[in-house]
Design a protein around this ligand. Structure first.
Ligand code: SAM
Length: 273
């Protein structure tokens, strides 16, 4: 396994940071995401997770942003039991197990081929869950996905790696492909893009980010006019913050005092099309 993992590119390698945060969250007395399977996978892998210097706020925000995307997907699937689910840049995330959608949902985890090779070895199979090894910016991979059903599309930790043109083309292709659907992804303000270059937790990915940042979620509606904002989820204002330890809770309570400050923290954007 060691050799396979060491041949991943730096962008692919970013999956270990988020996987590790989900594993660490599951070890807390009051986990946010409770993803015990993430911890099982971390313990199986021959990888130097200790290199990541992640603090308590960072770990919880990675877990909480995933939880918010899970909630958006679960609500969509409740209303559309025939949905197609897509997790773009899925890495080794076990979202499909956390959601446990009914057999009527066709689920697709998409990431680079090398990542999917590792995934097939360490993440168990699940009926109706498929893996696609592809660069999401490649237009062809969508041809294998049904196009006659509503879709719920998640991108957890992906969009930072996409430049504006690739991001816009990808979303337009997805919107063209499905009759209707919803998308949820974590987004970054211009400040957050800058902050990721100096923060310790994101040091391993700071040189890889291409997304320019958006300060207001309505800006994305001008980039992609068929997207309609459902909700801007400012994590600092979410109820789970009350379970954070005091120091990080107080920091988030401070951010929560204004939208501008809250946007300096982690943001999940939820749109429909
Ligand atoms: C920060 S990791 C997040 C992984 C996972 N979603 C999670 O939450 O644990 C980002 C993932 O996006 C994938 N990725 C980045 N750019 C991609 C692209 N153009 N096509 C497919 N996957 C991509 C990387 O390989 C990596 O697995």
């Amino acid at each position: 396994m060691g050799n396979t993992l060491s041949t991943l590119t730096p962008v692919e390698d970013s999956l270990f940071l988020t996987l590790y945060c989900k594993a660490l969250d599951s070890r807390f007395p009051k986990p946010i995401l409770s993803d015990a399977m993430a911890d099982e996978i971390v313990r199986k892998l021959d990888y130097d997770f200790e290199q990541f210097k992640v603090n308590s706020n960072f770990i919880r925000n990675i877990a909480l942003r995933s939880k918010k995307m899970d909630e958006a997907a679960a609500a969509f699937i409740r209303h559309h039991p025939d949905a197609v689910g897509l997790d773009l840049g899925a890495g080794l995330d076990t979202r499909v197990f956390r959601l446990a959608p009914p057999a009527t949902v066709a689920w697709y985890d998409v990431d680079f081929p090398a990542v999917m090779d590792v995934r097939k070895r360490v993440v168990p199979d699940r009926p109706n869950a498929h893996v696609i090894g592809a660069d999401v910016t490649d237009p062809d991979w969508l041809n294998t996905v049904p196009n006659d059903r509503p879709a719920v599309i998640l991108a957890d930790g992906l969009i930072g790696f996409l430049g504006k043109d690739d991001f816009v083309s990808l979303l337009n292709r997805l919107i063209d492909h499905f009759p209707s659907g919803e998308m949820a992804f974590n987004s970054y303000t211009r400040f957050a893009v800058w902050a990721s270059t100096v923060a310790r937790g994101t040091k391993s990915v700071s040189g890889l980010l291409k997304f320019p940042g958006v300060d207001d979620p309505r800006e994305l509606e001008t980039w992609i006019p068929r997207l309609k904002l459902v909700r801007e989820i400012l994590l600092a204002r979410e109820p789970e913050i009350s379970d954070y330890p005091m120091a990080v809770r107080l920091y988030n309570r401070f951010l929560a005092t204004s939208v501008t400050l809250s946007r300096k923290g982690t943001i999940v954007l939820h749109y429909r099309f």
